[in-house]
Design a protein around this ligand. Structure first.
Ligand SMILES: Cc1cc2nc3c(=O)[nH]c(=O)nc-3n(C[C@H](O)[C@H](O)[C@H](O)COP(=O)(O)OP(=O)(O)OC[C@H]3O[C@@H](n4cnc5c(N)ncnc54)[C@H](O)[C@@H]3O)c2cc1C
Ligand code: FES
Length: 272
């Protein structure tokens, strides 16, 4: 087997920029020297930090830039905290891209609803950038992004350019008095963005939130095969071999997902 075909062997990348998105979240921009990032929105990579460990992250950059890769990372434990100490020039390992992406061919020509909460917006940024670059191929595009506090918001400087390409709504469930945008949970604002017809919805957020958004979208008339969720589960191999990421129905999230339509998995499998 050639080295580049072995999914267990990491390829190297260099950190070229680190952006502070919020108190707990940073975006690492990686430059890939001897390989190209050929991926589709929704796919993920395993980030390997030498001497620390590895963890999965969705690719947050546009697939049109094959020389770079952005990973937006919230502090959680060993790998994620260590990633926040990375500086330009540091070398990291990348395995992947892995997983089943968002079904772009199902979305072309249709209205699109993108719903992200918390760090879930990171899994959607690649799709948002792709849609912005190919805007004429889609119908009405709505982006609904929810966070708790104003200081939790990421991609703040990108919301304005995105709003030139799509309808952007940002809502905070714990807004400060000065907050001039929407208030409440994303489920409070679905009424204005569910357009019915053949609209396709894609979601990423915490399991419980995705569960309630999914249930609400079905209640509002979207069919199960029109709603796609990007799931996160603990992972090890990333390629369907170790069964660490098995969910009800016998799906491996790493290989069969992380993107699933609601007619493939139950609402209970989302909320676990
Ligand atoms: C397909 C996929 C895509 C992901 N994309 C992103 C992303 O774009 N940005 C981002 O910040 N995070 C993302 N995550 C979550 C990220 O992988 C975990 O936060 C990371 O693995 C934690 O590793 P750690 O070594 O820092 O924490 P650890 O030291 O391993 O654990 C710290 C705590 O986090 C919990 N934890 C670990 N992994 C997960 C997980 N997968 N889900 C829920 N809790 C977990 C542990 O149980 C523990 O309580 C993604 C996960 C998956 C499976
Ligand atoms: S992480 Fe090993 S099977 Fe999915």
């Amino acid at each position: 087997m050639k080295t580049e075909e072995n999914p267990y062997i990491p390829k190297s990348a260099t950190v070229v920029a680190v952006k502070n998105e919020s108190l707990e979240t940073k975006t690492l921009r990686l430059r890939l020297y001897n390989w190209r990032a050929q991926f589709q929105p929704g796919q993920f990579v395993q980030l390997l930090l030498p001497g620390v460990g590895e963890a999965p992250f969705c690719i947050a950059s546009s697939p049109s830039d094959q020389k770079h890769m952005d990973l937006t990372i919230i502090r959680r434990g060993l790998v994620t905290i260590a990633s926040h100490y990375m500086r330009p020039g540091d070398v990291v390992g990348i395995r992947g891209p892995f997983g089943r992406p968002f079904p772009i061919s199902r979305m072309v020509g249709k209205d699109l609803l993108i719903v992200g909460t918390g760090i879930g917006i990171a899994a959607l940024r690649s799709l948002i950038l792709f849609v912005a670059e190919h805007r004429e191929e889609f119908g009405e595009v709505d982006l609904l992004y929810g966070a708790r506090f104003p200081e939790d918001l990421v991609y703040r400087d990108e919301m304005k350019p995105w709003a030139e390409k799509m309808n952007v709504k940002v809502t905070l469930s714990k807004a400060s008095p000065e907050w001039g945008g929407l208030r409440g949970r994303v489920t409070d604002h679905l009424g204005g963005v569910v357009r019915g017809g053949e609209q396709v919805a894609v979601l990423c957020g915490s399991p419980m939130v995705m569960h309630s958004i999914s249930a609400e979208l079905l209640k509002r008339g979207l069919k199960a095969d029109q709603v796609f969720v990007s799931l996160e589960r603990h992972m090890k191999c990333g390629i369907g071999k170790c069964a660490r990421c098995l969910i009800p129905g016998g799906w491996h999230v790493c290989r069969d997902g992380p993107v699933f339509s609601l007619d493939e998995i139950s609402l209970e499998a989302i909320g676990e």
